[in-house]
Ligand binder design. Sequence first.
Ligand code: CP
Length: 310
Amino acid sequence: MALKTKDLLGLRDISTDEILEILDTAETMKKIVTGPTKKTPHLQGKSIINLFYENSTRTRLSFELAAKYMSAVAANISSSGSSVKKGESLIDTGKTIDMMGTDLIVLRHPMSGAAATLAANVNAAVINAGDGTNEHPTQALLDMFTIREKKGGFDGLKVAVVGDVVHSRVARSNIFGLTKMGAEVVLAGPPTLLPAPGCEIPGVQYTYNIEEAVKGADVVMALRIQLERQKKGLFPSIREYSRFFGIDPEMLKLAKPDAIVMHPGPMNRGVEISSYVADSDASFINEQVTNGVSVRMALLYMMTRRELRR
Ligand code: CP
């Protein structure tokens, strides 16, 4: 099955059937990623461009490897070193890439809504690889893949998402995806890092009490403190944040004994998560990275084989 729409801009409007199809396809792709021969003809003759206006290690490299493992022609453009630095607009850069025979553009951008703007102006399919504080759908899909792999499903699972919720596109996409699939999502952080009252996403619980969130959780997801997106003074000090909101062994004891720990990366060790927890047997942070390649292979495959064009 292909996705119903040309683009993947977020998980807010995607169906549960589409999510399941992506996760099932990624399961097949994982056999390739972890197998001895990482070369398939799935994307032979297809052209994929990574267009990144923000720094990235995991997302950019996993999209590039996913494309190359499946025999696509793949290239990267970053804002530094391209004509963006000469003042070219996102739409003009997108149209230029589009006119070179590109089938799919992967966009990361600091502005919320940038992926939707690009998608409306190019014929190529667009995957949102993170737009401002809006959504990061492929991260949430790889998180969901990891949760399903470890927990067998989503129904009735308690997922605690802890930290810088208000700036987190990862949290937003996970809220949309996980609640659709039947999980209970509880978000915890200091008041300055949670949405203002009245701006919360319905269907999930927000709390300033991290113990309440982590208690009995099946999954504990720590979020990165996004110092680059913050105005100053949202918490008194890194030390205090870590003391009250960091995931350490004592905090983790409140979760279910078989709870898994996740983090989208990159981690601030000793801030939102202790090194002891990050490197413990409960942590599946490294596996999330492997699963990121599998999920992105699935999406590239599904989105370049569909007949539908705008
Ligand atoms: N999780 C994530 O998006 O990481 P990168 O910024 O390294 O791509």
